[in-house]
Design a protein around this ligand. Sequence first.
Ligand SMILES: Nc1ncnc2c1ncn2[C@@H]1O[C@H](COP(=O)(O)OP(=O)(O)OP(=O)(O)O)[C@@H](O)[C@H]1O
Ligand code: SF4
Ligand SMILES: [Mg+2]
Length: 335
Amino acid sequence: MSIATPSRQESSNAVLDGPMLEVKDLVVRYGRGRKAAAAPAAVDGVSFSIRPGETVGLVGESGSGKSTIGKAILGLQKTAGGTISYQGKEITHAGTAERRSLGGELRAVFQDPNSSLNPRNTVGASLAEPLRLRGVSAGDARAKAEAMLERVGLPREAVDRYPSQFSGGQRQRIAVARALICEPKLVVCDEAVSALDLSTQAQVLNLLADLRDERGLSYLFIAHDISVVQFLAQRVVVLYRGQVMESGPAAAVTENPKHPFTQALVAASPVPRPAEQAERRTLRESMGVRTASSVSATPGGCPFRQRCPLATELCAAERPALRTVGESDVACHYA
Ligand SMILES: Nc1ncnc2c1ncn2[C@@H]1O[C@H](COP(=O)(O)OP(=O)(O)OP(=O)(O)O)[C@@H](O)[C@H]1O
Ligand code: SF4
Ligand SMILES: [Mg+2]
């Protein structure tokens, strides 16, 4: 993808000790009672950590559990197993008061800015709201909102306008401003640029990278397109049906993928040049990876085995554990 420049993956604050966030053996099931117990877990034993100033990219197909992990971290989804720790303190089952006290430090930017911007409120009111909840005076909140709008590339006068009076890209900048106005430490970006056209996408990605480097932010950057993730992330975690297939440094995972699923994901990611796109299509077809819609979930063994051209009897019998291969951790018997 033309927007990808390796230097943007670097963050000057990634040197501090101890993880900002640690997710260990996380399990999430939707539904209640026996129904939930019988259904396959939406997230099934996922572990990763994010260091201060670091961006971890979470990538996978639709329905692989990316948003579920984001929601569990934000306290919006109950977990069925595992732990989530923020700055060394477990917050898996944190109560409302504890979550509220964390609210300013842990923020989110979603794909649809309308979910965080009330269309009936002015932009200024939406931006001031999280500050007012923390006791900031109306005058100070307005001043902060104007400064934050300016920082994300919008005029100060935008405070008095409504979200509908802005373009999609501008609305996403406002959503970024709202997420960052309380000076958070960790931001979950869930498909934050996926609805934007390529050039607006590049502008918002650059803005997110600048803000990260300026403020020492950590991001969990969720996207289905691995080339978008590659632009910001220092490390990448690849999910398939709620399980980690591969994780490691962004360059190793995206340029030298070891898991057959990651290889298919890289070959499927869109590139702007038609000739390169055609090459990728040929490569993808030659891999012999079956499409998601052609198979149904079967319990046991490797979750990818029905689509994998390399699958053997061992793959049906045993779920491969993550093991270190080169710089990455890979869950494949044959990586
Ligand atoms: N509220 C819900 N109730 C029941 N099942 C759900 C709910 N939300 C998600 N799921 C299921 O959990 C699984 C993971 O969904 P999730 O939204 O986390 O996927 P995703 O990776 O974010 O996908 P996408 O790229 O489409 O956003 C899917 O099978 C989905 O159908
Ligand atoms: S374990 Fe087997 S089925 Fe799974 S990805 Fe590796 S080769 Fe394919
Ligand atoms: Mg999602």
